[in-house]
Design a protein around this ligand. Structure first.
Ligand code: FES
Ligand code: FES
Length: 212
């Protein structure tokens, strides 16, 4: 298969379009909504200390979401990312904030069945959306088969990237992009693991894809 002209979805941006369009569109949205800073201007090394958006008035809502099968309503700041809304407003901290600028994939979740980078999209844009996060995968005390495969194949070391890897892996399998290790590597290339658990991650996704 010739992948030369394809763009992996998690590299491509929140909706599968080329990164340039995401950057422009996000900047435009921030300007239109009175955003005070561009998160893309923050160096990765400082990203961990980026505070969540603080609501100082002008909250919008209620924003209605279905998160892991549960209907949720919340007020959001127009500038608040979906990642911050999940972590700070709903307490779902399983989705990680790595770079906060679309470069690492740690914040990957599924929105209406598609994997997106939740740090790159505003919560207020997703009224009515169905969202799946890592917290929703376990059912009745049983890990999801992909979670089990990550454990079996040691697809993690420090684990910080793991929620994003697993959510992206689910998308990769659902999209039919898990046919070979090369294909998995390509379509998972937007998810960075700094401690190098890539062989186990690829093996886990291939294993889970074979079981489904
Ligand atoms: Fe969203 Fe890194 S935190 S891509
Ligand atoms: Fe350590 Fe991925 S398991 S960064």
């Amino acid at each position: 298969m010739n992948n030369q002209h394809q763009t992996p979805p998690s590299e491509a941006g929140i909706d599968g379009h080329p990164p340039a369009s995401i950057s422009i569109s996000r900047r435009t949205v921030l300007q239109l909504t009175g955003g005070v800073m561009s998160l893309s201007a923050v160096p990765p090394a400082e990203a961990q200390s980026i505070p969540p958006t603080v609501m100082t008035g002008g909250a919008v809502g209620p924003l209605r979401l279905v998160v892991n099968g549960m209907a949720r309503e919340l007020q959001v700041d127009p500038r608040q990312s979906l990642l911050d809304a999940l972590r700070e407003s709903l307490g779902l901290t399983g989705t990680k904030k790595g770079c906060n600028q679309g470069a690492c994939g740690a914040c990957t979740i599924l929105v209406n069945g598609r994997r997106i980078l939740s740090c790159l999209t505003l919560a207020s844009m997703h009224d009515g959306a169905e969202i799946e996060t890592i917290e929703g995968l376990e059912k009745n005390g049983e890990l999801h088969p992909l979670q089990e495969a990550f454990v079996e194949h040691e697809g993690l070391q420090c684990g910080f990237c793991t929620p994003g890897q697993i959510m992206s892996g689910l998308g990769c399998i659902a999209e039919g992009h898990a046919g070979s290790p090369d294909e998995i590597r390509f379509w998972m290339s937007g998810n960075i693991c700094r401690c190098g658990a890539y062989p186990g991650i690829v093996a886990a996704i291939a294993d889970a894809a074979g079981r489904s």
